[in-house]
Design a protein. Structure first.
Length: 522
């Protein structure tokens, strides 16, 4: 527990009784909590960079005019927008990097997890995917096919934070310690388990349970029985539970960390009845309107959290971070024969792709008195950077962990006293077959360094080179025009992957490993 500071003796000796009384009335006498900010990480699932009325591009796009997210706009007005915030292309890899600070190439949770000891890879006729960590992450040894690492949540908890998980977890397979958020240092777990999506957003369907309490699928959402049959949409149910948890945190008087991790806007695209009709009236199709209603319902949740902070006098002492775990589901599919309902334009492709549409995310940080309002950061960061940054935000300077930390704190970017990433390489490794079809999807690795981004396909051995600042849509492959840059980035990518003991697929016919990117001449 943290040592609390009692200011009363000092004030009684230096101020009049009326002054002390006034200070108490204004809420200015606080424990040492005031020296440790509260932290809220508001995570959205499968939200594309353009699924918002906030323009993360240099100018507004048609998508920005389609969606209505007034509370994201409010957060952006009061904080800093990150225009080049990256994650992995799939949920579990991003979330495991968030929790461990390790790059996905290192922790080897490179596809989405669900059942113990079972891969979710789709079979490829020519390529065999590696034996990746299908069981996710754990904080202790003993579970096969896991990466062992201590979470930053556990460290915050050790340093006096009251830690709350609400919503999607997706860190460990069913039947492993990592499926339970409490394993990672959360005091409270609401609705977090092994599943990476909801069976349904509808309380009329008991969020995926039969009336007798038996789940209808592994994608059921637990802990919300009191909302069954009430007409409460899943996003709102999670919000109400998060608010109740914040009320408890307020009573305890500790600094808190809230991870509000919405299942929205992941499939199924159920209609949020609060907002569905307004998007039909805008001329959207029923599917598009349903998706837009999911987006606005998520935004309404953000507004309720911000309003709670205002009502309870916590806004000035709370850091609020908005982020998504991967790009919007805007790719062709061989398992879902339905029309697409969203896109990531001007970014190309979407979830599952190492093109920008799959890995570039909407991110906003509000930190009163530290982060300049209405500011914008165009330097790039990646999801594992959250680990050291959140610990630094919480005032934790020393900690011991068993895993290497690949993330770099972006505190200097927040307070605008230096650059963070202009020459730093970012690495992605996706030696898996996710199943969707489209550009940049399946059996790829990539590196971003400065203006350049190189994507290498393990199966075809093809390389793509893009000048991201001048070609955000990645429409012009410059690999043949800049062979020296391709060679240099290929060498750095290959060396980084080998250093992190990354995995690569093999040829089925010969059993030989697919070449590293620097083993192939352009």
């Amino acid at each position: 527990m943290r040592k609390k500071t009692n200011l009363l003796p000092y004030l009684m000796a230096t101020a009049s009784f009326s002054q002390v009384t006034t200070l108490f009335a204004q809420g200015e006498l606080r424990s040492a909590k005031s020296s440790r900010p509260n932290i809220i990480l508001f995570m959205v699932d499968d939200m594309g960079w353009q699924d918002t009325s906030v323009p993360f591009d240099t100018e507004r796009t048609p998508l920005n005019n389609t969606y209505e997210t007034p509370h994201m706009e409010r957060l952006a007005r009061e904080g800093m927008m990150f225009t080049q915030a990256y994650a992995s292309a799939i949920s579990s890899p991003s979330r495991c990097s968030l929790m461990t600070g390790a790059n996905a190439a290192r922790h080897r949770v490179t596809n989405w997890t669900l059942h113990k000891d079972k891969s979710t890879d789709i079979d490829d006729t020519q390529i065999a995917t590696p034996e990746w960590n299908v069981n996710g992450i754990c904080q202790r040894e003993g579970t096969p096919h896991t990466f062992v690492g201590r979470s930053f949540v556990d460290i915050l908890h050790e340093n006096g934070y009251y830690t709350i998980h609400c919503g999607k977890a997706h860190w460990g397979a069913i039947g492993t310690p990592g499926e339970n958020p409490k394993h990672f240092g959360f005091d409270v777990n609401i609705a977090g388990h092994a599943a990476g999506g909801p069976a349904t957003y509808l309380s009329e369907h008991n969020f995926g349970y039969e009336d007798n309490g038996h789940p209808t699928s592994p994608m059921h959402t637990p802990d919300l029985e009191k909302y069954w049959g009430t007409g409460t949409f899943l996003t709102e149910a999670l919000t109400q539970e998060a608010l109740a948890a914040l009320d408890k945190a307020k009573q305890l008087g500790q600094p808190f960390y809230l991870y509000l991790s919405h299942y929205a806007v992941h499939i199924p695209i159920d209609r949020d009845p609060r907002y569905f009709q307004k998007y039909l009236d805008k001329g959207l199709s029923a599917k598009e309107a349903a998706y837009a209603s999911l987006v606005e319902g998520m935004d309404h949740s953000l507004g309720e959290i911000l309003d709670w902070l205002d009502r309870n006098g916590e806004a000035e002492n709370t850091i609020v971070i908005f982020m998504s775990d991967n790009g919007g589901l805007a790719t062709n599919s061989n398992w879902r024969d339905k029309p697409l309902y969203t896109q990531n334009a001007p970014l190309r492709s979407g979830k599952g792709s190492l093109l920008e549409g799959g890995i570039r995310e909407p991110m906003i940080v509000r930190w009163p008195h530290r982060v300049k309002a209405q500011s914008r950061c165009d330097s790039y960061i990646i999801i594992e950077d959250f680990y050291p940054t959140l610990l630094e935000m919480g005032g934790v300077k020393k900690y011991s962990v068993p895993q290497p930390i690949d993330g770099k704190s972006f505190m200097s970017l927040l307070i605008q006293n230096g650059k963070h990433s202009q020459k730093r390489p970012l690495i992605w490794n996706f030696p898996n077959v996710w199943g969707n079809e489209g550009p940049g999807i399946n059996l790829n690795c990539a590196i971003r360094k400065g203006r350049w981004k190189l994507i290498y396909n393990y199966k075809t051995q093809e390389k793509e080179l893009y000048d991201i600042p001048n070609d955000i849509g990645e429409m012009h492959n410059l690999a043949t025009q800049y062979p020296r840059i391709v060679k240099k980035l290929s060498r750095e990518l290959g060396n980084k992957l080998r250093k992190m003991n990354a995995q690569r697929p093999t040829q089925k016919t010969t059993g030989t490993f697919c070449p590293w990117p620097d083993e192939i001449k352009q």
